[in-house]
Each structure stands twice: as structure tokens, then as C-alpha cells.
Design a protein around this ligand. Structure first.
Ligand code: S3P
Length: 415
């Protein structure tokens, strides 16, 4: 699997502010992460690229960028970088694509302002204008479990005058805290579940030496393809199995999916392993609560699986899906309907009763990588196939997605 997107964003940002040379292997060379890499280069990081996914980064003090930093479509890139830039002794402007300019930024600008940051959003969105300000350690109770918000605050906390405490209502991904600890930052987990963290200021991060584990959110598309396409048998190797990322595996197991995990090991401070999957008869499932945040990026592909599962699949408490790259509840429901699916859209989720016959048709990726890839998998099981327009955005997180599917035996024709 290509490297994990979340870890790849974090690795280049943290390597750029560390003292010394960091080595990063299996880095994800994709649209979103390249945007972050470009921003760090604009901020003065010296980046040596041995091949697409092998980087050496000479870290140190950042310097101002003459131009606004352009994070393109990368929500993780802009939100985490805002946390770092809030603590710099120079001004910056963080911006992105039209799509990114529609995504909410007050979820980070409000708590950063509470820490003393001078950060202005534009109608609640980017561009973000950041000016130097003294940050003070604060306590912030996140209203929604979010890996991006938590990370922005932990990163700003590195530059504060005293410790910063962040609480989360559920298990948002913990890659930032794992990586910061590996780089010598003191972080105290105040409770057993890791829902209350205190980070201590640190301007001297140790360099990184990591091989980024495979992205479980990208593996999800192959996993569901393997389950749904009759007669499939697939092994997906080197997948990150961090408990905060594998809600989908738990849900698929409950749905009756036939998969097994082998070669468990630890890589870059993360649990990893191989997943062997066979096509399976699935049954419907109810999802809500903590599982939602642990599989937040996997709902578009879960919707495809749910159309093939026997009985009712109900998702609740997943309102966050409406503020991703697109409104993923509305967009997936609308696109799957074009293939003949019946989907009940709900304010905070959806209800799908299966199994349903997908006929076929033309659907659109909406410049949202996970929508485009989910629809591609739907096309594999649609009786007459599907034409997917705007499919190239898959490259924002999974370069070589179509080629990988073809290697697995899928019949995909370029448009
Ligand atoms: C991410 C966190 C999640 C996820 C996104 C990546 C991260 O977003 O949807 O794709 O790397 O921290 P939220 O933190 O907004 O839920």
C-alpha cells in the first residue's frame, strides 16, 4: 500500500521543524501530501528527494514565504500547518483550492485564538491570515472528536509558554502524539483512553527516521472490492492497523466479512499487518458512537458495501461527513442513486436496505478522492458497469489506484 496520508502530512511538517536530518521512506507522493511538502519547502525546509517516496529533510527554523502557502485540497495540511504557523515569529497566509475554501476553519481558529494566536479566517474559511503572537498554554475541550483539530492544538502547544491540554469526546487518530513522543516531546496522557492529553512546549524536536505504514483508508477500497466481487481473493500488505483507524475492519467483521490479519508488527511506532480478504456474503449493521470517528473516511465505501448487504444498515452520529471534501452523505447518496441504488439520507447519516441490484450509469467524483474511488468499486459490481467522470482526483490520496485495481483483475477502461 502507498504510505498513510495522515502520517505523511505529519512527517514532513515535523521533520521541517526538527533539529537535524530526518529520513522518511514510503512517503505518500499524492496530491494532498505534495501540497504540504511544497508548503514546507516554501517555508525554507531543505528537502532532498531520492525517489518519489524517499525523502531526506534538513529541519531547523522556518522562514517566511513570499507568497501565500497553497495547500490545494488538503484539509489536514492547512489545519495542522495553521497550528505550527501560529507559533512562528513571522506572518503567513494559508490558502488552498476553491474546494478547501468552502471547508470550516473556525474549528481551529477559535481554539488557537484562545491560546493567544493572531489568526483570522475569511468568513470562517481560508485564506487564513496569521501574525506572530505569544501563545499561552490553555485547556481546550473539543466539542467534536477530530484528529485535525487535536493535532493543530498539540502543534501550537510546542510553541506555547506553558503546557497545553486537549480533551476529545472520542478516539480521534493519534498519529501526531505518537510521532511527537518519538521526537522527544513530553506528552502526558491524563486518562487511560487517551482522551485527555497535555503537551509540553519543545523547540528542539529530534529528527525522524521512519518508513510510513500503508494507508488503511486506501486499503479500504481494495478490501471492499475483494468482499463484493464474487470469487475474489486478495492480500493487502503493510497496512497501518492503529486502533484509531480501523473502525471499518470492526464493522466489516460484524457484517460477516471473511478476512484475516497476519504478519503483525510495529513500524514507525504504529501497529501494521497484512489483510487477506475473500468475497463474502454481508449482512446489515448499525453504526454510531465511537466507531464513527475510527472509520470517518471510510463511510463512502461502506455505503457501497451496505447496498450489497442483506438487511438494514443504519449510520448515526456521522454529521461530520457533511464537511469533508464534499458533503459525503449527500454526494454518495445522489451518485449511487444514478447507479440504481435506493438510499435514505438522514441528517447525521443514512439508511440502506440491501441487497440491491446496481444497474449502471454515469457518475461523478466531485473532486473528492474518496467519492471517486468508492464509485469505481460500485462500478465493478454494477450489472452494466459505470462511467466515472472526474476520477483522476483519486490521486489526491491513492496514486496508482486504477492501476492497482487492474493488477487485481478489474476491467477498467480509460475514458
Ligand atoms: C485526518 C483527520 C480526519 C480525516 C482526515 C485526516 C488527520 O479529519 O477525515 O481525512 O490526518 O488528522 P477530522 O479530524 O476533521 O475528523
Amino acid at each position: 500500500m502507498p504510505g498513510d496520508k495522515s502520517i505523511s502530512h505529519r512527517a514532513v511538517m515535523l521533520a521541517a521543524i526538527a533539529q537535524g536530518r530526518s529520513q522518511i521512506r514510503n512517503w505518500l507522493a499524492a496530491g494532498d501530501t505534495e501540497a504540504t511538502l511544497g508548503a514546507m519547502r516554501d517555508l525554507g525546509a531543505r528537502i532532498e528527494r531520492h525517489d518519489e517516496s524517499t525523502l531526506t529533510i534538513e529541519g531547523g527554523a522556518l522562514r517566511p514565504s513570499a507568497d501565500p502557502l497553497n495547500l490545494l485540497n488538503a484539509g489536514t495540511g492547512i489545519r495542522l500547518l495553521a497550528g505550527i504557523m501560529a507559533g512562528q515569529p513571522f506572518a503567513s497566509v494559508l490558502d488552498g483550492s476553491e474546494q478547501l475554501r468552502r471547508r470550516p476553519m473556525t474549528r481551529i481558529t477559535d481554539p488557537l485564538t484562545q491560546m493567544g494566536a493572531d489568526i483570522q479566517a475569511t468568513d470562517g474559511c481560508c485564506p487564513l491570515n496569521i501574525r506572530p503572537a505569544a501563545l499561552k498554554g490553555t485547556r481546550y475541550d473539543m466539542p467534536v472528536a477530530s484528529g485535525q483539530v487535536k493535532s493543530a492544538l498539540l502543534l501550537a502547544g510546542l510553541f506555547a509558554d506553558s503546557p497545553t491540554t486537549v480533551t476529545q469526546p472520542g478516539p480521534a487518530r493519534d498519529h501526531t502524539e505518537r510521532m511527537l513522543q518519538a521526537m522527544g516531546v513530553r506528552i502526558i496522557q491524563e486518562d487511560e483512553a487517551g482522551n485527555c492529553l497535555t503537551v509540553f512546549p519543545n523547540g528542539q524536536l529530534d529528527p525522524l527516521d521512519i518508513t510510513v505504514p500503508g494507508d488503511p483508508s486506501s486499503a479500504a477500497f481494495l478490501l471492499v472490492a475483494g468482499l463484493l466481487v464474487p470469487g475474489s481473493e486478495l492480500t493487502i500488505t503493510g497496512v497501518d492497523l492503529n486502533p484509531t483507524r480501523i473502525g471499518l475492519l470492526d464493522v466489516l467483521e460484524e457484517m460477516g466479512a471473511d478476512f484475516a490479519i497476519s504478519n503483525r508488527t510495529t513500524q514507525a511506532g504504529e501497529p501494521v499487518g497484512d489483510i487477506q480478504v475473500k468475497s463474502s456474503a454481508l449482512s446489515g449493521v448499525e453504526i454510531g458512537g465511537e466507531t464513527v470517528v475510527r472509520m470517518i473516511d471510510e463511510f463512502p465505501i461502506l455505503m457501497v458495501a451496505a447496498t450489497q448487504a442483506e438487511g438494514e444498515t443504519i449510520v448515526r452520529e456521522a454529521r461530520e461527513l457533511r464537511v469533508k471534501e464534499t458533503d459525503r452523505i449527500a454526494v454518495m447518496a445522489a451518485e449511487l442513486r444514478k447507479l440504481g441504488a435506493v438510499i435514505e439520507e438522514r441528517e447525521d447519516g443514512f439508511r440502506i436496505v440491501g441487497p440491491q441490484r446496481l444497474s449502471g450509469g454515469q457518475v461523478d467524483g466531485h473532486d473528492d478522492h474518496r467519492i471517486a474511488m468508492s464509485l469505481t468499486i460500485a462500478g465493478l459490481i454494477a450489472a452494466e458497469g459505470a462511467i466515472i467522470t472526474d476520477a483522476a482526483c483519486a490521486g489526491d490520496s491513492f496514486p496508482g489506484f486504477a492501476e492497482t485495481l487492474v493488477d487485481c483483475g478489474a476491467l477498467l477502461l480509460p475514458g
